[in-house]
Design a protein around this ligand. Structure first.
Ligand SMILES: Cc1cc2nc3c(=O)[nH]c(=O)nc-3n(C[C@H](O)[C@H](O)[C@H](O)COP(=O)(O)OP(=O)(O)OC[C@H]3O[C@@H](n4cnc5c(N)ncnc54)[C@H](O)[C@@H]3O)c2cc1C
Ligand SMILES: *[C@@H]1O[C@H](CO)[C@@H](O)[C@H](O)[C@H]1NC(C)=O
Length: 429
């Protein structure tokens, strides 16, 4: 708790304004905001912070839990991705590359803990080598992301015991970030700009308002009414806003379904990722290690990541589950994970691995794949919904959503305000 508060104070421009608003159950608060952002994960926080910089506007961030960032944003690998997996022209590629640059800038400007660790992608056979060659070509010819082949001598002398029989590709711009520190920083900046965080406020219903009559305008043109409850069985309060941004992560499809007619309802699929902590001090590894990604997989392979203290952890695997609340790491997946890890780190001490935590990827398709070259790859959805006024909808914000968060915020701003955002761009520095 202290660490969190310290992180927040360290990055705020002013310490005097630390305000957490709560819509109390006793009075039905009729709030009137320019922007209502649903979802206090890293994406909602980044959006709320970005929008709060428009002068003479007001922004409320609505979160169902008593604290921000307790769902997917704190249950991931905390990797600042380079943007190499998602093809030439996807939103994931564009927003990951832009978001990575903005994220390093923000971390440096505001003292959010991070490290440019770099990463190696390692291949053990010809098929995996081919996968790495495709990534190399994409990075060099299409998307301009730096990558470098590591030669065999370097792998042997400087590889720290990592096996890469068929080669290793280095991504020097990959890094790690303290996701909690980042979210506290964004929350501090948002609140300093006058933003209001409504915690403990699950959204239960949404009404798009319009002026009726024969020439009736689009739903949302007269604003939005958002019913929030004060917890299970709690009283309902209504928040009104001119614009609505759905950034509810695993809850985003439910929010979507509260607004659109039943024929346009969507379904979300859940791919759990289990993590395993590693308590042995050997081998000592100083960079991230990823196996070459497997075609068709829902994730990037059980990889080795580091936290900011230099501790190794492994994960996430892919386990399709039915319940988005199924967050207990599954211990019976350990043997499979050990087998995967041994392929690239033969010296791993299997006895030092224990189930740690799990996160859930919000997938827009059953068996949704991680790589853009797979046919069931789904891109991020970040769009202003047609047929409505003032609604930006974000769905399927899985990896690399943490890396992309600041660029997603910029994009939402552009969708709402057009391209005249030059006045707020520079505030990132
Ligand atoms: C296993 C795993 C590993 C990952 N690794 C990485 C990585 O290394 N690098 C990277 O860039 N990305 C990674 N990601 C992706 C990244 O974690 C997510 O894209 C990002 O955290 C999404 O943020 P968010 O704000 O959209 O969602 P969330 O963090 O889930 O936030 C959404 C918020 O909305 C709230 N909410 C939902 N419904 C309601 C409602 N009805 N009313 C009010 N509030 C509501 C929730 O409580 C939640 O706090 C990983 C994801 C997973 C699952
Ligand atoms: C855990 O994983 C195992 C092996 O994949 C699977 O058979 C089992 O159903 C999972 N258990 C739970 C509780 O999800």
């Amino acid at each position: 708790m202290l660490a969190r508060r310290a992180a927040r104070l360290a990055c705020s421009s002013s310490n005097s304004h630390v305000q957490v608003s709560h819509f109390s159950s006793t009075a039905a608060v009729k709030a009137d905001f320019t922007h209502a952002v649903i979802g206090g994960g890293v994406v909602g926080l980044a959006i709320a912070r970005h929008l709060s910089r428009h002068s003479s506007s007001s922004t409320v961030l609505i979160e169902r839990h008593p604290a921000v960032g307790t769902e997917t944003s704190s249950r991931n690998s905390e990797v600042i991705h380079a943007g190499i997996y998602y093809g030439k022209s996807s939103l994931k590629t564009k927003l990951c590359i832009r978001g990575r640059n903005l994220l390093y800038e923000l971390c440096e400007a505001h003292g959010v803990a991070h490290r440019r660790t770099g990463k190696w992608l390692v291949a053990q056979n010809a098929a995996q080598r081919e996968g790495l060659e495709k990534i190399y070509a994409l990075c060099r010819d299409e998307i301009g992301v730096p990558v470098r082949w590591v030669n065999q001598k370097e792998i042997e002398e400087n590889g720290e015991g990592v096996r890469a029989e068929a080669g290793a590709l280095e991504s020097p711009t990959t890094g790690i970030v303290d996701s909690h520190g980042l979210m506290l920083c964004l929350q501090g900046l948002f609140e300093d700009a006058g933003g209001v965080v409504a915690l403990g406020s699950p959204v239960k219903a949404i009404r798009a308002l319009s002026s009726g009559g024969p020439s009736s305008s689009k739903p949302g043109s007269s604003g939005w009414e958002i019913d929030v409850s004060d917890g299970p069985g709690g009283d309902i309060s209504t928040i009104t806003a001119e614009t609505l941004i759905n950034a509810a992560g695993l809850g985003a499809v439910s929010i979507h379904n509260m607004i659109v007619p039943p024929s346009q309802h969507k379904q979300l699929f859940y791919a759990k990722g289990n993590y395993f902590s590693y308590s042995a001090s050997r081998p000592k590894i100083s960079r991230l290690i990823y196996p070459a990604p497997e075609p068709g997989a829902g994730g990037l392979g059980t990889h080795l990541t580091l936290d900011l203290a230099g501790r190794i952890r492994f994960g996430p695997d892919v386990e399709w589950v039915d319940d988005p609340n199924d967050l207990t790491p599954n211990a019976s997946r350990l043997d499979q994970a050990v087998a995967e890890i041994k392929k690239y780190l033969p010296g791993v001490d299997a006895g030092a691995l224990v189930p740690d935590y799990a996160g859930i990827r919000p997938k827009l398709a059953p068996k949704g794949a991680a790589l853009a070259t797979d046919k069931n790859f789904n891109d991020f959805i970040v769009r202003k919904e047609e047929g409505y006024e003032g609604w930006v909808n974000l769905l399927g914000i899985e990896s690399p959503g943490l890396t992309s968060s600041l660029a997603i915020a910029e994009m939402v701003d552009q969708l709402l305000y057009g391209s005249q955002t030059g006045t707020v761009e520079s505030v990132h520095a």
